[in-house]
Structures are given as C-alpha cells and as structure tokens.
Design a protein around this ligand. Sequence first.
Ligand SMILES: [Ca+2]
Ligand SMILES: [Ca+2]
Ligand SMILES: [Ca+2]
Ligand SMILES: [Ca+2]
Length: 279
Amino acid sequence: MLGAVGACGGQSSTDPVIDDEVTTPPFDPGDPPPETGQDFHLMFDGSDDRVLVPWDASFPTEVFTAAAWIKLTIPNGRAAIIARGEDDNSFNLSWQMYVQRGGFLEVMLEASNEDNYCYPNNDCVPQGTCESGDMFVADGEWHHVTVTRDGGGTLVIYVDAEERARCEGTGVPSSNNRQFLSVGATHGTIGPPPGGVEPPTWFFPGEIDDPAMWSRPLSFVEVQALHDTGVDVNSDGLQGYWSFNEGQGQTVFDRSPAANHGYRGADPAEDPADPAWIG
Ligand SMILES: [Ca+2]
Ligand SMILES: [Ca+2]
Ligand SMILES: [Ca+2]
Ligand SMILES: [Ca+2]
C-alpha cells in the first residue's frame, strides 16, 4: 500500500496510476430508490450467506447501539447477526452481536490490545461485572435484539425491548478496524489466520430484518419505540439502517443519512453467498 504513494517512490507527480484504485472492486449503488412499500427481509443459509457493507469512518465504535430482528432455531455453532468483525491487519474486532451455541444472545468486544470480552457471561477475558436474565432467542419465532454501550462502559442487551443483561465497566472496543461491516456473518475472531486475511465465519442460519446501528446508546424508551414502530430514519446518530425492502437485486440500501449502502453476498455481483429475498 505504501508502495503506491508516488511521492515516496520517486514517481512523477503527474503519474495518474494508483494501485489501490485499480484493485478496489467497483461498488457504486447510487442513490436509494423509494421504499417499495412492501416488507421484505433476507434468509441466510448458514453456510456462506452474508451482507457486506464497505468500511466507512461513520461506523460507530466505542459508543454504539446495534439492533435487528432475527428468526432462527438453535444453531450448530455461533451465528453472527451484525458485526464489526476482525480487521485483516490489526486483528481487532470492534463489536459483534451473535447467537451463541445453545441459542443464547451474546455480544463480543475487543480492545486494541487484542483482549476479547464476551457479555453477559464475561467468560472470555473478564472485564467489568454483569447481571443477566434469559438470553434465549432461538425458538423459531421473530425476536428483536438490541445492544447499547455508553461512554462510561455500560453495556445493555435487550430482547423484545426488555432489558435482559446489563454490564458495567466493559472493555473498550478497538478503533483500529477498517473491516467491512457484516450482517449474517462476522470476520475471524482470532488473527492472523494463514494468509493474513480474516475470512467470513459464524454464518447465521435463519432470517434477519431491519439491522441498524447508531453512534450513541439508545434509551430504554427508544428501544421500546424501535421494537413497536421500527427505525426512525431521522433518529439522532443513526449511522446505518437496512430495511431489506428492496426485494430484488444485489444492493441493500442504507436508509439513514450515513448512506452506508451494502450488497448481498461476497461481492456486488450475483454469487453463491447471496442471502435470499423473502416477501
Ligand atoms: Ca424489511
Ligand atoms: Ca482479535
Ligand atoms: Ca452478491
Ligand atoms: Ca449460499
């Protein structure tokens, strides 16, 4: 990457060729079309399906809310819902929400020193203290799941707008992360793997709708409103909201002002990792 900087390599300043521009895959979805008025969502096969959103500086890190509707039965392994997964270079993830073996909702953070924290069980690197109730979400019915983390390190997990876990003094998510945001998968949790690139993993076997994220912790009242009436696109701090209502094509448009548009599967063309539209 450094070798592409002409000023350091003694190249002419008029040289227009930058390696990064040649190798970056094209993804230019344009402006979002109007909502269809029909409510679609996506079905993930649990094998390789995912939605990817190219990294953007607007992705929230230390202070955030992430939420989604999910429907699944007990997965064979961990099943990622929405994730800022492991970066290919720093080997730091920032945060990820997933369903643990047994069907229990869990959130993992990772600090810049590569310590991983798992909440509410606090059974990875222990950090802070937690109280929790019933985290089971894998009964084949739709559930709304939300995690919030504030600047004081308090992390709260909600299921169906009920507070199910509260952790104080949690670890600080790493900002050293330019990995794609993923829905229905994450990127590797322990780096570096052979080859130095973190592959997608923890594929979600089931249905997901309305993933969203904010750069602030939503309040309990706001989480209730989110559950009852959906995402308010004018909500302060909204950095991504994918309604999945397109019902066709590859692009999943971010309906928030952040315009963090993504696509189905491993790339913006049709591919075997595309989750299926469900009307
Ligand atoms: Ca939808
Ligand atoms: Ca890591
Ligand atoms: Ca695709
Ligand atoms: Ca597939």
